[in-house]
Design a protein around this ligand. Structure first.
Ligand code: GDP
Length: 366
């Protein structure tokens, strides 16, 4: 599955946020499959209003959302790249995630110690990023020596990997994260970059943890973070972990009322989960029938057989074709039969690139 790692300095609200995420998921367990894989990993349902629409039209008994994982990665302190704190454990954990959710403290509270003794989320982001860059720089400088030698000796693999390594190294030496390379990167180079397992190559999302009173509006700290994120081409979500912790304990029917009293129209966690999903470059397709309407997750650009393989490997191996109805057609026309009559149920083959919202039915050989 796809994983977002939650990172940040101590006492910024990571655990509060993570617990709210998993408690929400646990509370919804009757309707939403949820499991804790490890103590610090939680799978959460991806909220998607399209599911209800499709299920209503298809007369489905059950709705099954798709899920992504969040991992609470504790232990980052200044000096982590040199093994301070839980440094090495932290770095090992963070290598295993696909994207980073970076929590920044944007709330003032004299009772809660800030490790650096002041509230300055942009400086905090810099502290964390510096540790990650130092770690990447060190590991890349160590590994590139041999790759250069082998490339000179005309080793094919080394010759393809080396330019990507050199580019990442140049960025890091210049004090920039490797993710700067992601923009417009060729798919082959992306694979190579991902293979290098660099901490700063993961896409990042900043979460501004604010006091309850600032949840709807943000504050000066969140504005500073937004400016910083914009310059990096990264996204920002403003959340009050304290509110989310409360919401996670409320019964469903009291949730919206409570949120409205805070000036909010949906749980911040929903925003966070959706942003994480986009950050991972994921899209959703649906299957729909009388038994269930279900959402499935694929990476953008996945072809029909690969999408079928998410349901079952047999579907991919024996793939013949896929009846495909765009979400808008499915809803405006009123379901599969009507879409077929209107000529909007397309028969797609092996080369079809699945689009977000496609309602699909796979034909396959067993
Ligand atoms: P972590 O070390 O980053 O995991 O931080 P925690 O989630 O353990 O939070 C550290 C402390 O800050 C705890 O006492 C939380 O209750 C508190 N805290 C977290 N979020 C907020 C918030 O939005 N407002 C206030 N006032 N306190 C918070």
């Amino acid at each position: 599955g796809f994983k977002c790692g939650i990172v940040g300095l101590p006492n910024v609200g990571k655990s509060t946020l993570f617990n709210a995420l998993t408690r929400t998921a646990a509370a919804q367990a009757a309707n939403y499959p949820f499991c804790t894989i490890e103590p610090n990993t939680g799978e959460v349902a991806v909220p998607d209003p399209r599911l209800k629409k499709i299920a209503g039209i298809a007369g489905s008994k059950e709705i099954i959302p798709t899920r992504i994982s969040f991992v609470d990665i504790a232990g980052l302190v200044r000096g982590a790249s040199k093994g301070e704190g839980l440094g090495n454990q932290f770095l090992a954990n963070i290598r295993e995630v696909d994207a980073i959710v970076h929590v920044l403290r944007c709330f003032e509270d004299d009772d809660i110690t800030h490790v650096e003794g002041r509230i300055d989320p942009v400086a905090d982001a810099d502290t964390v990023e510096t540790e990650l860059m130092l770690s990447d720089l060190e590991s890349l400088e160590r590994r590139i020596v041999n790759v250069r030698k082998r490339a000179q000796a005309k080793d094919k693999e080394s010759m393809t990997v080396l330019p990507v390594m050199e580019q990442a190294l140049a960025l890091l030496q210049d004090g920039k994260p490797a993710r700067v390379m992601l923009k417009g990167i060729a798919i082959e180079d992306l694979r190579i970059l991902q293979g290098l397992n660099l901490l700063t190559a993961h896409p990042v999302l900043y979460v501004c943890n604010v006091a309850e009173k600032d949840a709807a509006t943000g504050n000066d700290h969140t504005k500073a973070v937004e400016k910083m994120a914009e310059a990096q081409g990264a996204r920002t979500v403003v959340i009050s972990a304290a509110i989310e912790a409360e919401v996670a304990q409320l019964p469903d029917d009291e949730e919206l009322e409570f949120l409205a009293s805070m000036g909010l129209d949906e749980p911040g966690l929903d925003k966070l989960i959706r942003a994480g999903y986009e950050l991972l470059n994921l899209i959703t397709y649906f299957t729909a029938g009388p038994k269930e309407t279900r959402a499935w997750t694929i990476s953008k650009g996945t072809k029909a057989p690969g999408a079928a393989g998410v349901i079952h490997t047999d579907f991919e191996r024996g793939f013949i074709r896929a009846q495909t109805i765009a979400y808008d057609d499915f809803v405006t026309l009123g379901g599969e039969v009507a879409a077929k009559e209107a000529g909007k149920a397309r028969d797609e083959g092996k080369e079809y690139i699945v689009q977000d919202g496609d309602v699909m039915l796979f034909k396959f050989n067993t």
